[in-house]
Write a protein that binds this ligand. Structure first.
Ligand code: SF4
Length: 392
């Protein structure tokens, strides 16, 4: 069976195992430091996380290894560069190399080797040569007050630069909470009138990947989808990809059994805090925040590496009206009062003497299982490859 050109939705019977075979004449050889097998497994896990078929994963792998890579222009506005840092300092070394192999990062405000007029001339050249074909990525908020004079590059305001670049872009992605909603700059009283990218280019679709910083896999999965299917993945009403922002943090949080049992930390460092109790009363915004942080963590480190996992309340950075807007001490609106049925029975665990920690682990495992497909499969793939090389 030919592995190329299959419809990812209709063809569920694709021979994935056969496609995994390392064939010397195959066009997919090594991308981002990955072998064909690793790339196939990685893309299959990305597809699974996005709710797509294995066939879609194979299509993604082929798109990722195509010689023609889409040019990317990456602009920085008001921000700390944390989103770029998070992408480039990934724990798995293949992540940033894969990303840089999949796209052609032709212009990046802060990573450019060139500077000044030389760099800006090059950016304009790319924009002219690839008009209608390049992807625009914006990082950082855009100030609008006083005609946007509070953030300028090369004599132009960020507002002008975003509009100019978005004009000829095939797609625009806002990475991070600042580019999505304005971020910390837009906190009351918002002295520079900072807003998200979509607000300065009304009428153009901007895919928002919020987070402070967002997990690099959410960005990479979105890019792979765009590259493969030439259209954005399913988005919610805030233009966030549903595969990453479709569930409340509170649904899958490892501390959720403590919430359901009424066990809360009341102060930082108190007995409840030290025992890993729920952080709701410390202002955790997990109950009103949609994101997959409990499942895939922050950055590329993996499970447990996210604010709530380390004892800090979620502050809702992926929500337009919560992160940087709602004070950390304010209690979140609880949208789901009914505990998920997959979580352990609270009464039974009390009667049988199950420790709060054990309940948290069991409850957390149920949540982790929902969104952890990509990392788990990736790690399994890595282990298998190690075993394969030992066997060889
Ligand atoms: Fe987790 Fe926060 Fe929900 Fe408590 S309130 S279960 S810490 S998300």
């Amino acid at each position: 069976m030919d592995c190329v050109g299959q419809d990812p939705i209709d063809d569920q019977d694709l021979d994935f195992q056969r496609c995994l075979g390392d064939r010397p004449d195959d066009p997919i050889e090594r991308v981002g430091g990955m072998t064909r097998r690793q790339l196939m497994q990685f893309c299959a896990s990305v597809a699974a996380t996005m709710g797509l078929s294995t066939a879609a994963g194979i299509r993604m792998a082929e798109a990722a290894s195509a010689p023609a890579r889409p040019p990317v222009i990456w602009l920085h506005g008001q921000e700390c560069t944390g989103c770029t840092e998070s992408l480039l300092r990934a724990y798995h070394p293949t992540l940033e190399t894969l990303l840089l192999d999949v796209i052609s990062l032709d212009y990046h405000d802060t990573l450019c080797v060139g500077a000044g007029k030389q760099a800006l001339d090059y950016k304009h050249k790319i924009m002219e040569q690839h008009r209608g074909k390049y992807v625009l990525v914006t990082e950082g908020g855009t100030p609008t007050k006083d005609n946007g004079i509070y953030c300028k590059v090369g004599g132009k305001t960020q507002m002008q630069l975003v509009r100019e670049a978005a004009e000829g872009a095939a797609a625009t992605i806002a990475i991070g909470s600042c580019a999505s909603w304005g971020g910390v700059q837009s906190a009351d009283p918002n002295p520079t009138g900072a807003v998200g990218t979509h607000e300065v280019i009304p009428g153009k679709l901007v895919i928002n990947i919020p987070g402070c910083p967002p997990n690099p896999y959410n960005f990479l999965s979105t890019v792979l989808y765009l590259l493969t299917f030439k259209k954005p993945p399913a988005l919610d009403e805030l233009a966030r990809p549903k595969f990453a922002y479709g569930r409340l943090i509170h649904e899958n949080c490892e501390r959720r059994p403590h919430f359901d049992a009424g066990r809360f930390a009341l102060e930082f460092g108190d007995q409840g805090h030290r025992q890993g109790f729920c952080l709701y009363k410390l202002g955790c915004k997990g109950p009103e925040t949609y994101a997959n942080c409990p499942a895939i963590g922050f950055g590329d480190v993996g499970f447990g590496s996210w604010p709530v996992g380390t004892g800090h309340p979620c502050f809702g950075c992926t929500e337009k009206e919560t992160g940087f807007k709602k004070p950390i001490h304010a209690l979140a609106t609880v949208k789901t009062l009914t505990p998920p049925i997959a979580f352990p029975d609270v009464a039974a665990q009390k009667g049988e003497g199950m420790s709060p920690g054990a309940a948290a682990i069991i409850g957390g495992a149920a949540g982790l299982a929902i969104g952890a497909g990509a990392l788990f499969l990736k790690q399994m793939g890595e282990k298998k490859d190690v075993q394969d090389s030992k066997d060889a």
